[in-house]
Design a protein around this ligand. Structure first.
Ligand code: ZN
Length: 133
């Protein structure tokens, strides 16, 4: 990937990061302003639920923000496009589609196979527990 393409990706990431920070600031202000107490416990529960949904959304955005910042740092330090696991070059095709990739496709697939192998037991256990409730 040439310098212009990498620079273009960096600009897009900086713009996205700025949007996320602004959105996050607005959401925090909104949460502070709307920290109400309701007489009706159902209204209070509904309010708390919507607040929790908003906070979960903020957490997801925060994690995305961290990924963006990390990718910008990788670009600035000449590490962009290098697999964290094997150290080989990540394909340009993959980076164009998913510029925040930290793993090459082979390492990503191996990691997913390992995660999927570990997950079904947990899901089955949870499902069994719900069946007994
Ligand atoms: Zn790799």
């Amino acid at each position: 990937m040439n310098k212009n393409e990498i620079s273009c990706i960096r600009n897009i990431l900086v713009k996205r990061m700025t949007e996320l920070i602004e959105s996050s600031d607005n959401a925090i202000k909104k949460l502070k302003i709307t920290d109400e107490k309701f007489a009706d416990p159902f209204d209070q529960a509904a309010f708390e639920t919507s607040k929790n949904v908003e906070l979960n959304c903020r957490i997801k955005n925060w994690n995305l923000l961290l990924d963006i910042k990390e990718t910008i740092l990788r670009i600035d330090h000449g590490l962009f496009g290098i697999c964290d696991h094997c150290g080989r070059q990540i394909s340009q095709k993959r980076l164009r589609v998913e510029p925040m990739s930290k793993l090459c496709i082979e390492c990503q697939e191996k990691m997913e196979i390992r995660q999927n192998a570990a997950m079904p037991r947990n899901k089955t256990t949870r499902r069994v527990l719900y069946n007994h409730v």
